[in-house]
Design a protein around this ligand. Structure first.
Ligand SMILES: CC(C)(COP(=O)(O)OP(=O)(O)OC[C@H]1O[C@@H](n2cnc3c(N)ncnc32)[C@H](O)[C@@H]1OP(=O)(O)O)[C@@H](O)C(=O)NCCC(=O)NCCS
Length: 168
């Protein structure tokens, strides 16, 4: 993800996270910590062949612990395996950052995302009460301890024709 991706990213962000969308400034601040020798962030976008941004994801890595900062795919891509592909890319980068574990927070009511994470071996380890504001929705905290446990990507491949993951 580069600064010039932020217009389409913000459009997706606003529509996919209506209650707690990140601001443009939050993305700028994350990207400032990416793509340099001491980088602690890795952000990617997925583009269709024509260049439309259809998904994005970001990882933070501090002191051997990775954190999935965000992951999202356009609604018309849901179920095609794109979310899995983005997550696999973040986990690959977590290994490159020499992380021994990866954590994430997910809304307790976001069952779809939780299923995706479970499929990759993430396990629930606790709750953060009122983490999502406004609305006072709790976060489920999930942890992946074995970064080599990602499922084979045979299921996600068919839906990804014409979609390319661009490295941030
Ligand atoms: C959560 C999110 C990123 C998942 O993205 P996605 O592109 O739908 O993810 P996938 O297609 O890889 O997986 C979703 C489901 O489709 C299934 N699937 C994947 N490829 C498939 C295929 N080729 N055929 C049939 N089903 C398939 C997956 O197994 C998964 O099903 P499951 O829920 O039973 O495990 C997406 O729904 C999203 O952007 N949601 C809004 C933002 C959000 O909530 N982000 C997470 C914040 S924590």
């Amino acid at each position: 993800m580069r600064w010039w991706d932020l217009d389409p990213v913000m459009e997706l962000e606003d529509s996919l996270f209506p209650d707690d969308a990140w601001s443009r400034g939050m993305f700028w601040s994350e990207l400032a910590d990416a793509r340099h020798p001491a980088a602690t962030r890795h952000y990617v976008v997925a583009e269709e062949t024509g260049g439309r941004v259809v998904g994005y994801a970001g990882l933070a890595a501090v002191a051997g612990t990775g954190d999935v900062q965000t992951i999202a795919t356009a609604r018309d891509q849901w179920g095609t395996g794109l979310g899995a592909r983005l997550l696999r890319e973040l986990l690959h980068q977590a290994t490159a950052f020499e992380c021994h574990e990866v954590l994430l927070e997910v809304r307790v009511d976001n069952v779809r995302a939780q299923r995706l994470y479970e499929r990759f071996g993430f396990e629930p380890i606790g709750f953060r009460r009122g983490y999502y504001q406004p609305g006072n929705v709790d976060a489920l905290v999930m942890r992946l301890a074995d970064l080599t446990a990602a499922p084979a990507d045979t299921r996600e491949t068919p839906g990804l024709q014409g979609t390319e993951t661009t490295h941030g």
